[in-house]
Write a protein that binds this ligand. Structure first.
Ligand code: BMA
Length: 326
């Protein structure tokens, strides 16, 4: 099975599956890769997005400060594991002066689309909604528009136009710690005006019984778009965030072909179970090597640190189909 949405990434982080481990996804043995205090003023660094850039990698990182402001910072790395983050938050250049200033920023995703890197993130505009910006060099960042109305979260762009339209996944929500949430797709011809909204999928049982939200940018495969997404269970002690996978139709990605009934990864290690928000694994990015089928998944642990997990494209597609309940 080959993917067409990413280039060869021979230098991406990788670690073989430990002997005896039979899971589809396995964690990096040196997790977490980014500690909460990597920056002098950081309380936590998590739910962050990376892409291949020049000879190495670049990304946009969620850094909550010690005054507990939520902001996104640019970062660079030669190996995808050791990161240098800008100690100052991204200062957006507003291409349109009428766009309201960002009140806060969190949970970024980054995608190479046509000629530049686009960033979507949860942006404060009288409540959370989906901010859309771009960069060419991870130094200057331009704010395009708020794509959707509040209240919304987990905005994720597809890496190419489909049938002449840009597509964005999102999860309409509320001002608080939303106790519901389905994934929708919106369409646009210019990345500014969004419409032709389509329902994609709703919470179902078990680990995904309360709300779900798109994770990393979907990976294009001959079987369909591979989407990792988080799902939330409401326990007697609060929310538990796990993640699974779905395969969406290539031409009409609002059609869900397959979707995992079991989770792929749930919070089980110390850095996933203990932190500012316990019991959270929250994926926001993948790196993928088309030659080997290797996938590295970047995820936040317990809203505190950034961690890495690995899988193979073939294996995750096989597992998603075999354990699917749509
Ligand atoms: C969601 C978002 C995520 C966070 C998760 C768990 O609503 O705010 O950033 O990881 O809650 O707290």
């Amino acid at each position: 099975m080959t993917s067409t949405s990413n280039l060869t990434q021979p230098n991406m982080p990788w670690e073989e599956q430990p002997t005896g481990n039979k899971d589809v996804i396995w964690r990096y043995s040196e997790n977490p890769i980014i500690p909460r205090d990597l920056l002098p003023n950081s309380n936590s660094i998590f739910n962050s997005a990376v892409v291949p850039y020049q000879d190495g990698f670049a990304g946009v990182f969620r850094c909550d400060s010690r005054t507990r402001e939520m902001a996104v910072h640019a970062g660079r790395s030669t190996d995808g594991i050791n990161w240098q983050l800008d100690p100052n938050p991204i200062e957006w250049i507003y291409d349109n002066a009428e766009v309201p200033a960002s009140e806060y920023a969190y949970d970024p995703r980054v995608v190479w689309l046509e000629d530049r890197y686009y960033i979507t993130w949860c942006n404060g505009m009288h409540g959370p909604t989906i901010g859309l910006g771009y960069t060419f060099d991870f130094k200057e960042f331009h704010f395009v528009e708020n794509a959707l109305l509040p209240y919304n979260r987990n905005g994720v762009l597809f890496p190419r136009k489909i049938n002449g339209k840009y597509l964005m996944l999102s999860r309409p929500s509320d001002r608080g710690h939303t106790p519901f949430g389905d994934i929708f797709i919106s369409q646009s011809t210019n990345l500014i005006h969004w419409g032709e909204h389509r329902f994609v999928m709703a919470p179902s049982g078990g680990w995904q019984n309360t709300k779900i939200g798109a994770g990393p940018v979907p990976i294009e495969t001959a079987e369909g778009w591979l989407l990792f997404y988080h799902g939330v269970l409401t326990s007697c002690n609060g929310y538990v965030y796990s993640f699974g996978s779905a395969i969406l139709d290539l031409e009409k990605p609002w059609i869900v072909r397959y979707r995992t009934a079991p989770y792929l990864l749930s919070p089980q290690t110390l850095y996933e179970c203990v932190g500012d928000v316990p019991n959270v694994v929250f994926p926001c990015a993948t790196l993928h090597d088309v030659e080997t089928g290797r996938i590295a998944i970047y995820y936040g642990g317990a809203d505190t640190v950034t961690a890495l997990a690995f899988t193979h494209l073939d294996e995750v597609l096989k597992y998603t189909k075999k354990h699917s309940e749509v």
